[in-house]
Design a protein around this ligand. Structure first.
Ligand SMILES: C[S@@+](CC[C@H](N)C(=O)[O-])C[C@H]1O[C@@H](n2cnc3c(N)ncnc32)[C@H](O)[C@@H]1O
Length: 299
């Protein structure tokens, strides 16, 4: 059996009881180590906590070497650990499809994910539209397909959860050209970079999917002891020091409920100013007032 086990967001002890019992009985335990990190634990502390070896599974192993992970899983139990929930954000459906092809049974043991824990900032999950991902821009590569998705969400008045790039086991262009297998230190996008890149894209597109005064919420280290939220405009967050990773950003939609706004006041510098920005931003994509059709009266 292949078990996909969610680890939750921060501590080694965030695993569920059933998840832990399962890990303990598995012959091999893999830790997916490239789409997220546990902020208060690592491979060694997990290994110690479970009392068994934990094998790091990088992107290459998961995407091209999945048969190694699945070897023997028709007879033995194998665990594949995923930070958050196995089906949160980046899903591991490829691995499940491959297991099915090989006749291997699969079971998922779920846990909290950024996709639901983000509700801790006070915004209601029901009011979110499509989630988007933002990658680090380079001088020559600035992928901006997220812009249309934000536009779509904002037209419907919905909030947008923006997940930020993580770069692990990346090679520099120079080392790649020289054929040297040297990896750069891991990089995690912070809130200021994400806000600056959003502003840069709007300045290029000029379609006003949002403006630099659009209110957003910075969500840092959800579920960790140092969890923090900051509400402000994109421009304000473009110079915000968000500290250690991980971070996500939420851009507000027009349909902000009064209770959501009241909750956010706790995280902004100036309530009145923030409220003004919210009201101003709600003018975008506001549907025209309803006009009843003229009734046709016939004698
Ligand atoms: C590709 S997603 C993986 C999500 C994970 N499987 C889950 O279910 O939570 C990784 C991105 O989600 C966001 N993220 C994940 N955990 C977070 C946390 N605890 N606090 C803030 N953002 C987080 C970050 O932007 C990070 O780069």
């Amino acid at each position: 059996m292949l078990y996909l086990i969610g680890l939750g967001l921060s501590y080694e002890t965030d695993i569920t009881v059933r998840g832990l019992q399962t890990v303990k009985k598995c012959k091999r335990v893999y830790l997916e180590a490239y789409t997220s990190i546990l902020m208060a634990a690592d491979q060694d502390s997990l290994s110690k906590f479970y009392g068994k070896d934990v094998i790091l599974a990088d992107r290459e192993l998961v995407e091209t070497g999945s048969d190694d992970i699945l070897e023997g899983a028709d007879k033995d139990d194998i665990a594949f650990l995923v930070v958050g929930d196995p089906f949160g954000a980046t899903t591991h459906t490829d691995l499940v499809i491959r297991a099915r092809e090989l006749g291997i049974k699969v079971e998922a043991i779920h846990n909290a994910s950024v996709m639901n824990a983000v509700g801790a900032c006070g915004l209601q999950l029901y009011q979110f539209g499509q989630t988007i991902s933002m990658v680090f821009f380079t001088d020559s590569w600035k992928p901006d397909s997220f812009y249309e998705k934000i536009m779509g969400n904002r037209k419907l008045g919905l909030h947008t959860l923006i997940l930020l790039d993580i770069k692990v086991k990346e090679q520099s262009f120079e080392n790649m050209m020289k054929g040297k297998l040297i990896y750069e230190p891991p990089r995690y996008m912070n809130i200021a970079t994400a806000a600056q890149q959003l502003i840069e894209v709007e300045e290029t597109k000029k379609e006003q999917a949002y403006t630099e005064n659009t209110p957003c919420v910075a969500v840092s280290r959800l579920g960790a002891p140092t969890q923090k939220f900051k509400a402000g405009t994109l421009k304000e967050l473009a110079s915000y020091d968000s500290g250690e990773p991980l971070h996500s950003l939420v851009m507000l939609g027009r349909q902000l409920h009064d209770l959501e706004l009241e909750y956010l006041y706790e995280y902004c510098d100036d309530k009145e100013k923030f409220r003004e920005f919210v009201l101003q931003d709600q003018e975008f994509f506001k549907p025209p007032p309803y006009v009843a059709p003229e009734e046709e009266w016939s004698d």
